[in-house]
Ligand binder design. Sequence first.
Ligand code: 9D3
Length: 235
Amino acid sequence: MRIDILTLFPDMLTGPLDASIVGRARESGLLEVHVHDIRDWTRDKHNKVDDRPFGGGPGMVMMCQPLHDAVLAVEDKDPRRTHRMLLSPQGRRLTQDHVESLARQERLLLIAGHYEGIDERVIDALEPEEVSIGDYVLSGGELPALVLVDTIARLLPGALGHDDSAAEDSFSITDDDGTPLLDTPHYTRPRVWDNREVPEVLLSGDHGAIATWRREQQRQRTQQRRPDLREDPKD
Ligand code: 9D3
């Protein structure tokens, strides 16, 4: 898969994209990520990318022309069609189901906005899919773009060392009736740390008893911490 990211702050992205699972997926050629500075497509001598809002109000608005030119130029670098996405507080909230469908795309183009917003006319022209990562205020779309890349990268076949880790974590595990379950608690050596013992069943070697205990932990934790997962899958 190829992902292009358009931003005014490329420095916010480069470090995280080199690390951990995303970095490894890129090194192995499973994932190609390119970061582009929208400022490279300005046409005026001051490299202006934003301007004051018509109608007044605080902050600055990202101009149409640099962003539009950047999108067309970056799309031209590869013949495959892109699925255009705009990280935006006005977007649909990202879910694991949505990430799974994005991971099946050949090519994504992510636009990270900054400042008060983007001129609505360039959004109308480009018709990106608008996605939010949650109901809190960030200063721009850069961290959400990284969230998208991370969630997608770990789903690419071969990205995780262990083949079925992706199928076994929170938001993939479901109870017998199909409701999502949170993860079970995890323990490793030593058996006693700071006077705290590892649950005895995990040391028993009884794999049936261990599986039953873990499932019960998952149900209890889900009921206590995320009752909404049972009530309404939208949250
Ligand atoms: C405080 C500014 N807000 C005015 C009431 C509007 C606003 C503009 C720009 C709020 C946030 C942003 C920058 N955020 C994003 O670009 C963003 C975001 C987010 O803030 N939260 C969750 N998901 C996303 S995706 C992109």
